[in-house]
Design a protein around this ligand. Structure first.
Ligand code: SF4
Length: 316
C-alpha cells in the first residue's frame, strides 16, 4: 500500500471519530492497567462489569493489595481466568508500592516486569496513559493491518513493527484505537462489512464481502448464456407460447411469424398467418398434449408458406 492511500485511510477514520476511546472504562492510569490485565481473553463488557463493582471500593495499589487475592476474588469471579488474574493484580499492586511509590511507571521495561503485564498491555498503557507512539496489536488490528494492506505481517510483533514504521506521525496516538474499533465493528473476522466500510475503496483485501444491492442490480450473464446455448429446433417457432394459451396470446414470436407468413404468402391475412403459426407451435410441442387439446391441428408442413395457405383457405 502506498503512503498516500494509507494516509487517506487514517484521515477518514479521524474525520469519522476524532477522539476514539477504548471500550474499557477507567479514570486513572492505575485503573487502566488493572482493566487491561483483567481483559486478557475476556470481553471488555465483562471487565467493565467487574471494575464497576471493584473500583468504587478499591482503585489504588494500596487498596487492592490490602484486599488480597481472597478479597479481590468476589469482584472478578465473572471474568475468565480470574484466579490467575487475581494473583497477578495483587502481586502487581505490591510491586508498584515497593518499586514505584504506588505509581504506574511510564517505561516499557518497568511495566513488562510486572506480573500479568506483557508487551501488548505495556503498549496500551504507554500509548493511552502516557501518549507514547506505541501501537498495541491484538487480534483485531492484526487482522485489519493484514487485510487492508496497511501493514502486513505474519506475526503480531511484525505487524506492530510495521505499523510503528508506516503510520503517519499525526495519526500515531489514536492509530491503535481506530484499528481495533474498525476490526471489532466493521472488518469482522467471519464476515467483514465491506459494503458499509468507510475505506472500502482504499482497502486492498481481495475477498471483500459483496454488496447485495449491487449483486441484485447486476445482469446475469451466466443465465443468459445458458439460454443461448439451449438447442432450438426451430428458432422462429413460438415455442415459448403454450398451446393452451396461444389463442389468447400474441407473443412477439407469433407476431413475427405472422408478419413473415403474410409477406411470403401474399394472399394470407394477418389473422390467418397468426393462426397458422400458432398451429405450428402447438404441434411442435408435446405431441400428446397438443393432440388432446387441439384435435383439429394437423402436423405442419416443414416449410412456412404451406400451412399459411391452408389456414387461409379454411377462412379463419
Ligand atoms: S473493505 Fe472489507 S476487508 Fe477491507 S477494511 Fe473494509 S471491511 Fe475490512
Amino acid at each position: 500500500m502506498n503512503p498516500a492511500r494509507r494516509h487517506e485511510i487514517f484521515r477518514r477514520w479521524r474525520e469519522a471519530n476524532p477522539h476514539p476511546k477504548s471500550d474499557l472504562e477507567y479514570t486513572t492510569p492505575f485503573e487502566l492497567l488493572v482493566a487491561v490485565i483483567l481483559s486478557a481473553q475476556a470481553t471488555d463488557k465483562g471487565v467493565n462489569a467487574a471494575t464497576h463493582r471493584l473500583f468504587p471500593v478499591a482503585n489504588t495499589p494500596a487498596a487492592i493489595a490490602a484486599l488480597g487475592e481472597d478479597g479481590l476474588a468476589p469482584y472478578i469471579q465473572t471474568i475468565g481466568l480470574w484466579r490467575a488474574k487475581a494473583k497477578n493484580v495483587v502481586a502487581t499492586c505490591r510491586l508498584l508500592l515497593e518499586r514505584h511509590g504506588g505509581a504506574v511507571p511510564a517505561a516499557r521495561e518497568a511495566l513488562e516486569s510486572l506480573p500479568g503485564v506483557g508487551r501488548k498491555t505495556a503498549n496500551v498503557v504507554l500509548n493511552i496513559a502516557f501518549g507514547q507512539p506505541t501501537i498495541a496489536v491484538d487480534t483485531h488490528n492484526f487482522r485489519v493491518a493484514n487485510r487492508t494492506g496497511i501493514a502486513p505481517g505474519r506475526t503480531v510483533e511484525a505487524v506492530e513493527r510495521a505499523l510503528v514504521k508506516v503510520v503517519p506521525a499525526e495519526f500515531m496516538h489514536h492509530a491503535h484505537h481506530w484499528l481495533i474499533l474498525h476490526g471489532r465493528y466493521t472488518c469482522k473476522a467471519q464476515k467483514p462489512a465491506c459494503p458499509d466500510c468507510l475505506i472500502s475503496d482504499l482497502c486492498e483485501y481481495r475477498h471483500k464481502t459483496p454488496d447485495p444491492l449491487a449483486e441484485a442490480a447486476a445482469p446475469r450473464p451466466a443465465a443468459g448464456k445458458a439460454r443461448a446455448k439451449k438447442p432450438a429446433t426451430n428458432p422462429s417457432a413460438p415455442k415459448a407460447v403454450p398451446a393452451t394459451k396461444t389463442g389468447a396470446t400474441k407473443t412477439a414470436a407469433v407476431q413475427a411469424t405472422a408478419t413473415q407468413g403474410a409477406a411470403t404468402g401474399g394472399a394470407a391475412t394477418r389473422g390467418a398467418a397468426t393462426k397458422a403459426a400458432v398451429t405450428r407451435a402447438a404441434t411442435k410441442t408435446a405431441a400428446t398434449k397438443t393432440a388432446a387439446t387441439r384435435p383439429a391441428a394437423k402436423p405442419p408442413a416443414t416449410t412456412g408458406p404451406a400451412p399459411v395457405r391452408k389456414a387461409a383457405r379454411r377462412g379463419t
